[in-house]
Design a protein around this ligand. Structure first.
Ligand code: ATP
Length: 480
């Protein structure tokens, strides 16, 4: 896998738009920065990834159940979770351009440029210095590092910087219609807190015994300052989180378990382990006693797609303190009451979507038998999450072929997502299906009328064979 391939990344972004996967939000008004909409095939792919995660977590684990909590929560939630006081990033402004940077992004950008010039030792030292200063919350030191390395603003080109300051990432709004009575509430910056505040509700009603988990998928909102890299960093995005409640003292063992389990899930999505790596956190969040990122080799570098955090009993204890309600569990095996510890797995659905697109997107060129060149763009999305599973294509728009095709559509569409198309030459239709990532196309031709067989064409190999209509549904299902 090529890391740092900006051309490929630009091609993926254009492809995502051209083929109805992802659009800029409110594009007719020139768009809204770092906010995106999913189109017909994007929303289908996103739904399939969400379902794959949800099923792997809930259906495949006896001891994990799901919830769907509201986006709005009591404002004290965010005081207890630490987000009001701690959910901020160190920022720096260029005084000339007024452009604001996340300090770590500014420094990482300079380190990337150094690596590209072959100065890897300098780049590594810069990152190590930055990580040490971030870990020590040493903002004066970070400013010094920026000054010493004469880092420049990409807009003004100057080194005229403000001090490093904290900036809270939560969006707030007013609950209530009359200004005086209204209270400030937040759009949740993570879905995890909806799980913590429901810990007892779920444990009691679903009769869960520790160890057990609660999973949730939903929107989260962060006022990200530097919104770059397409849907990698958005202001409105979707998280898939699971909090696993355990007996205190067992966190190391469960942390290792979930690290391995989550990596297995990534591999089950058809992506090889070599495209992933673990990256241990140097600076731990205020709630964690261990944390690791699963990183993927995106075309713009190794980046986090999922976090696994050992959150101790920080959240439940804090909610207990702020709410005055006991959030404890009576463990009948050891006859003890305690506040459970938590291992969290947290993955961004949009990032997993981008990862899938980056892995799937391929430009292929080959020489045909007659010596001429041919090429195609294909999305090799694993069949089980592909937006369209089967394209049903009558060779001609006449001679009864569309009728047979429509009959096949009627049988297959109740089983998986099918797409019918009769316009254009068959070659063009195949190419379009390649670009949408459709793993199987069937063509209905004159032979079909005689022997009830169709030609099936495989996306990845472009090979074709004839199969009977009779066993078509079972055949496709066996490949999903
Ligand atoms: P980053 O360092 O990239 O800002 P984070 O460490 O703040 O991410 P977490 O708070 O651990 O991220 O969130 C868990 C997951 O949610 C991330 O691994 C990522 O997949 C996703 N995520 C976080 N912020 C965003 C965002 N702004 N846009 C899209 N996905 C996001």
């Amino acid at each position: 896998m090529v890391v740092n391939d900006q051309n490929k990344f630009q091609a993926i972004i254009s492809h995502a738009k051209e083929y109805g996967f992802v659009f800029q939000s409110s594009e007719i008004y020139d768009g809204l920065s770092a906010v995106y909409d999913y189109g017909p095939w994007g929303s289908e792919l996103k739904k399939n990834i969400r379902e794959a995660w949800w099923n792997a977590m809930t259906r495949m684990h006896d001891n994990i159940v799901g919830i769907d909590a509201a986006i709005f929560m009591h404002p004290t939630t965010w005081k207890a979770s630490g987000h009001v006081d701690n959910f901020s990033d160190p920022m720096i402004d260029n005084k000339d351009s007024k452009k604001r940077y996340r300090v770590d992004h500014l420094i990482e950008g300079v380190a990337d440029a150094l690596s590209k010039e072959g100065k890897t030792t300098e780049a590594e030292k810069l990152i190590a210095d930055m990580e040490a200063l971030l870990a020590a919350n040493d903002y004066a030191g970070l400013k010094q590092l920026i000054d010493d390395n004469k880092m420049k603003c990409s807009v003004s080109g100057t080194c005229n910087w403000t001090d490093v300051r904290q900036f809270n990432l939560m969006f707030s709004t007013q609950l209530g219609s009359v200004a005086e009575d209204a209270s400030e509430i937040y759009l949740r910056p993570e879905t995890a807190q909806g799980i913590f505040v429901n810990f007892l509700n779920v444990q009691k009603t679903a009769r869960m015994k520790i160890p057990f988990g609660i999973a949730q998928v939903g929107k989260a909102f962060r006022n990200e300052i530097v919104a770059r890299q397409f849907i990698f960093r958005m202001r409105e995005f979707e998280q898939m989180e699971m909090q696993f409640f355990i007996r205190p003292g067992t966190q190391q063992e469960w942390y290792a378990y979930w690290k391995a389990e989550r990596m297995k899930w990534h591999e089950s999505m058809g992506i090889p382990a070599t495209s992933y790596r673990f990256h241990d956190h140097v600076k731990l969040a205020h709630y964690a006693d261990a944390a690791v990122d699963i990183e993927f080799a995106f075309p713009f570098g190794w980046k986090e797609v999922e976090g696994i955090h050992s959150r101790t009993d920080f959240d439940l204890k804090s909610h207990q303190q702020y709410s005055g309600k006991k959030l404890q569990y009576f463990d009948t095996e050891i006859n003890q009451n305690y506040v459970p510890y938590v291992i969290e797995t947290s993955i961004g659905l949009d990032r997993m979507f981008l990862l899938t697109m980056c892995h799937a997107y391929q430009e292929e060129k080959w020489t045909k038998e007659d010596g001429s060149e041919d090429s195609r763009v294909v999305l090799k999305i694993p069949a089980k999450i592909a937006p369209i599973k089967l394209a049903v294509l009558p060779l001609l728009k006449k001679e009864g072929l569309p009728d047979i095709a429509k009959e096949i559509m009627a049988t297959c569409r109740t089983e998986f997502y099918c797409f019918y198309e009769e316009k254009d030459t068959i070659g063009k239709r195949y190419r379009r299906m390649d670009a949408l990532g459709t793993p199987f196309c069937i063509t209905i031709d004159h032979q079909t009328k005689e022997d009830q067989t169709v030609t099936i064409r495989y996306r990845d190999t472009m090979t074709q064979e004839r199969i009977p209509i009779q066993g078509l549904v079972a055949f496709i299902k066996s490949k999903l």
